[in-house]
Design a protein around this ligand. Sequence first.
Ligand code: KG4
Ligand code: ZN
Length: 343
Amino acid sequence: MPPVLVLGIESSCDETGMALYSGSEAGGRLLAHALHSQVSMHADYGGVVPELASRDHVRRVVPLLRQVLADSGCRLAELDAVAYTQGPGLAGALLVGAAFAEALATALDVPTVPVHHLEGHLLSPLLSARPPRFPFVALLVSGGHSQLMRVTGVGEYALLGETLDDAAGEAFDKTAKLLGLGYPGGPALAALAESGRAGLVRLPRPMLKSGDLDFSFSGLKTAVLTRVRELGSLGDQQRADIARGFQEAIVEVLVGKSLRAVKQSGLKQLVVAGGVGANRELRRQLDAQAARARIAVYYPELEFCTDNGAMIALAGALRLQAGVSGKPAGAFAVRPRWPLTGI
Ligand code: KG4
Ligand code: ZN
């Protein structure tokens, strides 16, 4: 198959991502990528405001497209396909990326590749200099999802386990809020945990010994709430100790279940993807315990852990190379709720 030049557009939540990826059988290459984060815009509200997110995506898509074209030296006429996040995510935000992609592809007379956002996350470690090879087990931990998957190839994803309630990122964000930290809570809580004392605040490890590969994190958040209420007003050190205790608990569960999943699968590779994959303590613990079990762990580059356009352009190119044909540009629908195993 000849090389394919794919534009990737991500707009499922609070980041507008744009990237150009050149896929070829000999190996692909990311030519350019650009990102606009809306974090500072939503910070005043303590969380993502969907309507503001959609309007901001509208403002960003054209400048970001110009930027990746300028950075890569490519021309629009060279594009073979336009990939975009079709779901899951915020309906209005998805509609902006989808409408822009379909209109652009119509004008250029090229097909579009609607991409599942989690597939983008799942494949993002393939962008790194030392990529994993299929098959592998993937731990997908984002703001909206916590799943363990067996990945056999592009588009071949079997669900091994998932959260029964809150996602890992959601648990970080909600716990951060309880501790008076701003949005997004995950990175702020992780930073505070660095100054907390190890082992001082002992919180439950939900479902660690459940025997299956599912997670549950809402009880952990409630345990923090109970602890905060018991203590009344919190000093800085107490807040840091709780943050540390929370991070220790959630990391122990994620590491324990991930290693169990790899052992049960008989495979030797674990891929970690999604925003929580940026957590340093999670990486430290996983690296240490996986090394002992002779399991190789792969992470996306830090900039590709959270939402970005590069993973969407990559997923689009890999789908085309795997023989999945693009769709004729034009009519489209977004899928705010969409299980990964349904693709
Ligand atoms: O993958 P992502 O950017 O967006 C979704 O698809 O949801 O993940 C965002 C989530 C948020 O919940 C954020 O708090 C969390 O990832 N996150 C972190 C860290 N960086 C981002 N959680 C823990 N530690 C971090 N360093
Ligand atoms: Zn994401």
